[in-house]
Design a protein around this ligand. Sequence first.
Ligand code: ITT
Length: 192
Amino acid sequence: MMVVVATGNSGKVREIEEALGDLGWTLRGLDGLPLPEETGSTYEENAALKACAAAHMLNLPALADDSGIEVEALGGEPGVYSARYGNAENDTERNVFLLERLRGQKNRRAKFVSVIILAYPDGHLETYRGELPGTLLEGPRGENGFGYDPLFVPDGDTRTLAEMTVAEKRAISHRGQALAALRAAHRAGLPE
Ligand code: ITT
């Protein structure tokens, strides 16, 4: 089946393509079509907004991810607002902003959350979710990944997500978990 990957974030595209490569789906992008404004207050609402808009515009099943990082010492901020945090222009500036907010803070606990929704043109929705707990460093480490990856060390590891390959990140990450659940639901009949 042809499925639209409804995101403007190239880091997400890489992770989604890598995870779903063996499903036999043809994945395509938005070809410049705009995504709606994220007016929801939950990951589920925003993922549904993006996936439904793309499914409707292109008359194809469409998959969207809404995700964020929730920082314990900041009462769960920035959460669903992670992409716009601090009105920063890019990932590097956003990381600097977050580090400033946490300066002198001993509690560095945080978790990533990802909600993936596959929407069909008839309005049917499938929802998958994953979470990854860890701690935030006081400076960035690593060149891979995107977003807050260079600051985040997942529980059970000593590397940041930006020091991992796409496959290593997928094996543990919030998005990897959501995509694994989607894969499991659609893998019937395919070899392990
Ligand atoms: P689309 O809406 O076009 O998919 P976006 O980047 O705007 O792209 P979100 O609204 O879901 O997506 O924002 C998620 C933000 O949370 C993202 O921009 C990163 O700053 C952060 N984030 C989410 N998952 C992440 C991950 O795996 N690693 C690092 N940062 C992540």
